[in-house]
Design a protein around this ligand. Structure first.
Ligand SMILES: Cc1ncc(COP(=O)(O)O)c(C=O)c1O
Length: 355
């Protein structure tokens, strides 16, 4: 986490020591700033379409709760989707007696390219929604969100995306990809704290029903002296989906500081930096028998290595750990996730262990 974010969080804690200083307008000011700053990152005109959520599972449930059963007879997910997405999709299928269609890659035949084609051709008029991560969370395989979004639009299919593993490190604009809902945890590539995230809910959701009924999400909630003049109307835009107690005075400034820094660096620059840092290593690894997805279909900030057959996963993980190199083992691949805090020296050390 950034030092600037840490300072912002400490200031939030200090402010809570004397809550009398907190004015009614403060309950909305910072969270609205966070909503609009996230909007800037994902190409929204303003923050109206953004809600603050505590987790991806929460943000996804807000979305799927508002997908009517009449929209189709199945949901499409990709193989080995992150559990928060998989379980949300299963919930909708169970509730409405619909099918879950899991699109799997063909490991031997242009894996990522053919997988993308399979996803696109699986979408038809009977597909209620496609619910997927923006990149594969385990190994950074890139999905062709543009073409998937176009197909969803042609077939009137909801397109619901979990952006937690790429938003902030890889450019994504919701309107370019026809995304109906984009849900992101803040604690990964957005440099935020745990237990806060942001979600975009597009036009299809703006008349929906949230999973909880927070007083803060109603019209005139700012008028603290008049709250029992119960308003029947939600605030406009996606504010109805804000989690209760949205104005978390500690988490919000931390998340905001993270987003501002990312916007300042530029998401494309972050991705390019990670690419420059690792490109040579990737080529060397491939020459040495490691399987890494072809460049067009993998991210530079997060990518998986599959080991050559003579190497043992546990031995490699132990060697990395002994050298104080932090990676994740996900499925049958080792996940490497560099960022701007990494330098060429770090990558050289990684190369020494792996090559
Ligand atoms: C793709 C993806 N989505 C979501 C999450 C976190 O989910 P939640 O916020 O529901 O705990 C993770 C965590 O690793 C993830 O990789």
């Amino acid at each position: 986490m950034l030092r600037s974010a840490e300072q912002a969080g400490k200031a939030g804690i200090e402010q809570k020591r004397n809550p009398a200083q907190i004015q009614p307008e403060d309950f909305f000011r910072q969270s609205d700033a966070l909503r609009s700053t996230f909007g800037d990152l994902i190409g929204c005109v303003n923050g109206d379409d953004v809600a603050i959520i505590p987790s991806v599972s929460y943000g996804l449930m807000n979305a799927i709760k508002n997908v009517p059963p009449s929209s189709g007879d199945h949901i499409i997910v990709v193989a080995d989707e992150f559990p928060s997405g998989q379980f949300a999709a299963l919930r909708w299928c169970d509730n409405h007696h619909k099918k879950l269609v899991i699109v799997k890659p063909d490991e031997k035949n242009n894996r990522a390219e053919s997988w993308n084609k399979k996803i696109i051709s699986a979408i038809d008029e009977n597909t209620a929604m496609v619910l997927m991560s923006s990149i594969h969370w385990a190994d950074g395989t890139k999905f062709d969100l543009k073409t998937i979004g176009e197909k969803c639009q042609q077939t009137d299919t909801y397109f619901i995306v979990d952006g937690s593993q790429s938003v902030g490190a890889l450019p994504l604009h919701v309107h370019d990809f026809n995304i109906d809902a984009l849900v992101c945890a803040a604690y990964k590539w957005l440099f935020g704290p745990y237990s806060i995230g942001m979600a975009y809910y597009g036009n299809k959701f703006l008349e929906g029903t949230p999973i909880e009924e927070s007083w803060m999400n109603r019209e005139h909630a700012e008028d603290f002296s008049n709250l029992t003049n119960y308003s029947e109307r939600y605030k406009s835009g996606a504010a109805r989906y804000n989690v209760g107690e949205t104005s978390n005075f500690i988490h919000t400034p931390i998340a905001l500081a993270g987003l501002k820094q990312i916007l300042d660096w530029g998401v494309e620059n972050i991705q390019n930096y990670c690419h420059q840092l690792t490109q040579l290593l990737v080529e060397q690894l491939r020459e040495n028998g490691y399987m890494i997805e072809e460049d067009h279909y993998r991210c530079a900030h997060l990518f998986g290595l599959r080991l050559p057959s003579h190497m043992n996963m546990n031995d490699v993980l132990a060697a990395l750990k002994n050298n104080n190199i932090i990676v994740s083992a996900r499925g049958n691949s080792i996940r490497i996730s560099p960022h701007v805090y990494n330098t060429k020296d770090d990558i050289d050390k990684l190369a020494e262990v792996l090559l």
